[in-house]
Design a protein around this ligand. Sequence first.
Ligand SMILES: [Zn+2]
Length: 135
Amino acid sequence: MKIIDGFDNFEGISQLEAIKKIGIPLARKRGRTLKITTEINKDYKVIAYINYGRWIAKCPWCNGADFVFKNEPYYFCFSCLNRAVDNKRIEVIFPKNINAIEQILLKRPLEINQNWLPEETIADLEKENKANGVI
Ligand SMILES: [Zn+2]
């Protein structure tokens, strides 16, 4: 078991490839256009968190949340297609201790319990594990 990020979810393709493969047909279905660009908008940032065993971030514009890529720290929302910033991706802030967080959460057998929010420390997660009999 592992904590899934965008790279895992999109079966090992890059974020830009996922945007082309999934975003273009989605935009077409909605009668919209999607500009494929490597340019990053620096005016917005999102913060990565773990929900249900997945690395995701909340969209700053719509109510969506989407997978984030640990090896490509940019956010693209497959709900609104980042239309607010001309389909450009924005930066994602990941914690410095990704591995430590993942290792503690992976001790929990059920994905529903594999959650981490940026305000939670390693000690908080360990305490939760202990309180729930997870060693
Ligand atoms: Zn969105």
